[in-house]
Design a protein around this ligand. Structure first.
Ligand SMILES: Cc1ncc(COP(=O)(O)O)c(C=O)c1O
Length: 361
């Protein structure tokens, strides 16, 4: 390679995204609690849809995702023309950055925000702007103070990963109302289904022209391996995103399985209830062991240790017990471990291992 061959500005500043670990050397069948996956997997109806699509694998998929968008719209009470589907919500985040940010523009997100916001901003040559949180919670005043005439996108995840915390709808409205006129608020709702009665910002989107929502089938729908997400927003913005979307970005399998999944809301309800039950149980069990966490609204808890050394030692000990959780030093939380809420047996194993680590059992 000669020196004359260079990637676009920003790309060499990207630190590669590291997913949650899934293996521990020397430990067979380790329990993976590092990627916020649904321990129950997808619904039966989604599994059946997956098998059915084997018969049409020689056919190109539909390009407009009409049936999937219609299903999403019906289930959530939306306008199907304002739904866009992507390869995970990651792809919707990518489209937003490609379409609305570039060199000289700023992409704002929170201190412990999802790593893809930074990566997607850098990939288009934009400037990532990281804003402090207050006690591991989105700080609307700090976000508003960080906005400038160059701010094009403001990302918040509500609930947030990896903190699990949430801000109220009133706070989100205040943020949307206070943004400069050229900026879009992106409400990342990857964990929205875990919050009983939460509209994920839909009312706000209907009321304003500067708010877009992203959602995923990777979490409560148990389809992280399938890679399907979607976005919803004002028609002019969705039309722009569709111009840069590859026509065949989603396979027939992705579209049909996601459609079956979204139509099975009983499964979603059951998974939400089960998650809430074991999330409370695990948070209380760890608190009794001297490991606090903020009240989580998602399918994980962020366990806080005395310092980075203790968090690392606990992680090592859990790995030796076949338990894989997530180190979050890359999210500026070196003293914490993010632990996905698994099934009852998994939660009990985690609590037992941490008790042993603390010398309490
Ligand atoms: C806050 C947040 N947003 C978006 C995503 C991306 O999810 P996917 O691309 O699987 O839809 C994740 C995945 O971990 C996440 O935690």
């Amino acid at each position: 390679m000669t020196n004359a061959i260079r990637p676009q500005p920003g790309i060499l500043d990207i630190a590669l995204y590291e997913g949650g670990k899934s293996h521990v050397s020397g430990v067979a069948n380790a329990l993976k609690l590092s990627s916020n996956e649904n321990p129950a997997g997808p619904s039966e109806r989604a599994r059946e849809a997956f098998l059915r699509t084997v018969h049409t694998l020689h056919r190109y998929p539909g390009t407009d995702h009409a049936s999937l968008r219609q299903a999403i719209a019906e289930v959530h009470g939306l306008d199907a023309d304002r739904v866009i589907c992507g390869v995970g919500s990651d792809e919707i985040i990518t489209f937003l950055c490609q379409a609305y940010a570039g060199p000289g523009d700023e992409v704002v997100f929170t201190e412990h925000g999802f790593l893809m916001y930074r990566i997607s901003a850098l990939a288009v040559g934009a400037t990532p702007v990281e804003v402090p949180e207050r006690e591991r919670t989105t700080d609307v005043d700090a976000l508003l103070a960080a906005c400038t005439p160059n701010t094009k996108l403001v990302f918040i995840a509500n609930p947030n990963n990896p903190t699990g915390t949430m801000v109220s709808s009133a706070e989100v409205s205040r943020l949307a109302a206070g943004l400069p006129p050229q900026a879009i608020l992106v409400l990342d709702g990857a964990y929205a289904e875990y919050v009983q009665g939460y509209d994920a910002g839909l009312n706000l989107i209907e009321a304003r022209s500067n708010v877009v929502m992203t959602r995923t089938f990777s979490k409560i729908y148990g389809l992280g391996g399938l890679r399907v997400g979607w976005g919803y927003g004002p028609k002019p913005i969705i039309d722009v995103l569709n111009r840069i979307r590859g026509p065949f970005n989603l396979s027939t399998t992705q579209q049909e399985v996601a459609e079956a999944a979204v139509r099975d809301q009983d499964w979603v309800t059951r998974c939400r209830q089960e998650n809430a039950r074991w999330r409370v149980w695990l948070a209380e069990a760890l608190a009794e062991l001297g490991v606090p966490s903020d009240t989580s609204m998602a399918n994980f808890i962020l366990a806080r240790f005395a310092d980075a050394a203790e968090a690392e030692a606990c992680d090592q000990f859990m790995q030796s017990q076949g338990l894989i959780v997530r180190r979050v030093a890359g999210y500026k939380l070196p003293h914490c471990l993010r632990i996905t809420i698994g099934d009852e047996a998994s939660c009990r194993r985690v609590a037992h291992a941490i008790a042993q680590f603390k010398g309490l059992r």
